[in-house]
Design a protein around this ligand. Sequence first.
Ligand SMILES: Cc1cc2nc3c(=O)[nH]c(=O)nc-3n(C[C@H](O)[C@H](O)[C@H](O)COP(=O)(O)OP(=O)(O)OC[C@H]3O[C@@H](n4cnc5c(N)ncnc54)[C@H](O)[C@@H]3O)c2cc1C
Length: 543
Amino acid sequence: MRTADANQPPPYEGRNLFLTDASLQDAVAREGAGWAHERLCAWGELLGRSETHELAARANRCAPELHTHDRFGNRIDEVAFDPAWHELMTLAMREGEHCAPWVEARVGAQVARAAAYLLHAQIENGTQCPLTMTYASVPVLRRHAAAFPLLSATWLPKIAGREYDPRSQPVVAKTSALIGMGMTERQGGSDVRANITRAERAGDGSYRLTGHKWFFSAPMCDAHLVLAQAEGGLSCFFLPRLLPDGSRNAVRIERLKDKLGNRSNASSEVEFDGACAWLLGDEGRGIPVIIEMVQHTRLDCAIGSAGLIRAATAQALHHAAHRRAFGRRLVEQPLMQNVLADLVLESEAATALALRLARAFEADAPDVETALARLVTPAVKYWVCKRAPQVTAEAMEVIGGNGYVEECVLPRLYREAPLNSIWEGSGNVMCLDVLRAARREPAAVEALLSELGAARSADSRLDRHVAALKEALREPGSGDRDARRVAGGIAVALAAALLLRHAPPPIGEAYCASRLDGGSAGAFGELPASVDPAAIISRRLAV
Ligand SMILES: Cc1cc2nc3c(=O)[nH]c(=O)nc-3n(C[C@H](O)[C@H](O)[C@H](O)COP(=O)(O)OP(=O)(O)OC[C@H]3O[C@@H](n4cnc5c(N)ncnc54)[C@H](O)[C@@H]3O)c2cc1C
């Protein structure tokens, strides 16, 4: 039977992921990275090719394997990846996902990189783990480069390298370097103060680390930033995988995690057996030192989940545009239109939030943007990452039975979706951080209110929502139980403001009608009668 007769859509491949996403193009231009248009077109075209889809599927089907010993019984602690992984890493590093904004310090550099990352997130997510950690490590390494000259002389230039180099070689011999992060231990991930890994001075300026990390992703990175207890308290260390003489550092990979999703990426458990590391900052200041890295990884979680939401929504739209049931295409069925339009609203909101947040991370951002990022990063990380599992589940259902079968990409998106919400600060931890920022940093609250003020009077429902939010933020009280309401309220308010100001009018109006002022928090597809779903779908339909 020919495909046309079988009522099956063509594969969603061979599309330029950037050119078929009007909201991303708008956001890139609006947030200051219009100059990156051509580059993003090329990246979107490359990612959208069927060959790249196949690389992503293969990298996840053929998961990495741990080889602890060589055939002579020597410890090697190597992880073997499928060639598809290496190919995807090669492409992404050439694009500069791990370093571009630090190298090309121009206005919009963070936004351009965020857009590239959001596009990549629609195709493969495991490779984004080492890319994110490397990108996020740079501000910390730069801050401490003066005290640790090897960082500026050797490591930072290699991190800026764009030629992927998976070889286990001392960093000087490599074309590029990747950096990971190790905080979580068995007894505590959110509360890293519970870390028990010990760090002792070695007498030559370095330290020896003894202990473990329970989640240590991308163990093949050339170095990790890790937390350990020194004499002066919890401290941050730079831990290379190989020592300058080429010997292996005393980091034993015990096993790889058998994960729900993110299967292309290796996440390991490791033991430090007197591993050699260098202190970054002062003893006892581990959390303040590493928090700058954490803040950047949280930005990437939000961007990554916006990419997942976009990917799932695009797949659902594509399927519904081709599949017929009960005499009409699914996209013409009124109830399906309601579901699809609701998914589009979520995708519009996630994209707008992610790129707006990225602008607050620009190198030359004024203080008010830094203050905004302090409050909005945990709120947006919480909200966008929390929406992704719901969107992927609904998009899977739009595709019907085929959506549940592994040949479709939806099962992979669905398994991936909860991860960004768990790592780098799980949902509750993000919401508590929002309250902490509101209590301690009035400038952050004022920055948010000023940003929301730009949409004042555009919609009375948003005005009411912002008035209530203002009260909650200016007087957050001492209790924590409402933290999710506050964090979610910030993200929805900011999304509504951005969509009212910048999206086509039906989108901003429908977002407010469905997400504010008692709008449904239930299943997708409950948009009220005032909303015209077809108008929302039509502008975003990429067939
Ligand atoms: C695939 C994967 C890869 C990872 N890679 C890395 C890595 O490379 N490096 C690394 O350091 N870590 C990594 N992690 C670990 C991850 O960051 C932690 O799992 C996460 O921070 C949560 O810590 P935990 O698992 O110890 O849970 P816990 O800290 O025990 O938290 C459990 C739950 O309790 C909630 N909670 C905690 N405190 C409070 C509170 N005060 N009030 C209300 N609720 C609270 C949390 O939000 C969470 O939902 C990875 C995790 C996964 C799944």
